[in-house]
Design a protein around this ligand. Sequence first.
Ligand code: SAM
Ligand code: SF4
Length: 462
Amino acid sequence: MYNVNSNVPAEFISHSEILETLKYAEQNKGNIFVIDSIIAKARLKKGISHREAAVLLECEISEKNAEIFALASKIKREIYGDRIVIFAPLYLSNYCVNSCLYCPYHVQNKIMPRIRLSQEQIRSEVAALQEMGHKRLALEMGEDPVNNPIDYLLESIETVYGVKHKNGDIRRVNVNIAATEEDDYRKLRNAGIGTYILFQETYHSESYKSLHPKGPKSNYDYHTSAMDRAMRAGIDDVGLGVLFGLELYRYEFAGLLMHAEHLEAAFGVGPHTISVPRIKDAGGINARDFGGISDEVFAKLVACIRIAVPYTGMIVSTRESVACRERVLELGISQISGGSNTNVGGYASNESDTSQFYIDDTRTLDEIVDWLIGLKYVPSFCTACYREGRTGERFMKLSKSGRISDRCSLNALITLKEYAEDYASRSTKRHAEELIQRELSDKAVLVDYLKRVENGDRDIRF
Ligand code: SAM
Ligand code: SF4
């Protein structure tokens, strides 16, 4: 049950510490000695503190900014190689009892039709996603204890994992639902979810209160302490995020890193991913009514997050334009959504506008895969870490030691090969095969694996 009256304060997000941090950053934004020493520390790829990162974000010396961007790209390449993991959101229900001012699913919206997918409709959605070639989904829904109870979600997860359409299967189901109780998180863990994702929206408690006037989500402390409950319930991989554009981005940046530091200190492992959504137009929602941030600031935020938490995956969605996505891929993004539809039931049929927000990158998954190959990335549909139990602390240890990297390159190529065989258009298939050949020329050991895949050995787990 929802214990929305819980008032356990989320003390790890300290307003006064954030204000001090912003002051420190402002004082040092032109201090070349301080900036150089922070960059030197960041080069060790062990991360930097929220205060240090805030100085880099604020830095106004242009040659140092060039160094910061170059360092973010270097860290990205060294830790994640050329791999870009691909996923899609799946909207289950837009029923919601909350009143978030930026979201069209808010309870006062009487114009938007409300839809909750039946299990049969979910099967159709998943089949449509599998037809595209997706292996990894993020389930999304509004908060409504009556229409979207936890049992509905648990049943839906089972349905999603159960769909085997042609050669398709969904191998990792991430979940993005409102803050809930430890018991519910335990049920989600037992249902085999990958990452539990919850965006903070804003770390500024006063703004949070005005943006969320009513409903269970209006409780800032309950929302902010959700990841603690999820981790206590045994969910190893949690995904943080801020809805950029609601509040001062500097404030959010410091809050986000403090949250990551808190999880690392309390549970020995930081967030598995950080998402960087920006507010978008939607039915009845005008993004310009909120603050917004420029593409340049957005790029700097991504670069500074990459430097501050090198081993945390970073996600950018189809909210962003093609050009913007290309820029931030270079600076730190390791996962992107593709071929997305933000309507409830939008993959199999598109009868009414129930879109949570309008997307900018409307290309098909095939176009995105081909685009990534053209940019010299390796699109990856791999889910092996999760399937082999390499999550949480175990994943971080392997990742930090560099031992996971070779396996990841291998798996990325295998899953790309699988995608090319089963789903790609003729030209994407040709480009994928050329890329695989290029990569193989110095990795003879991969040949054997790929042969096994070609021969239909589907016991190989990726
Ligand atoms: N309802 C749950 C919640 O609010 O935590 C689950 C996630 S909701 C389906 C997904 C996310 O979409 C929200 O956390 C919010 O950050 C984002 N979102 C809502 N309205 C948006 C808008 N107009 N533009 C961009 N993102 C938006
Ligand atoms: Fe509901 Fe989530 Fe939208 Fe808020 S952001 S109105 S909780 S769906």
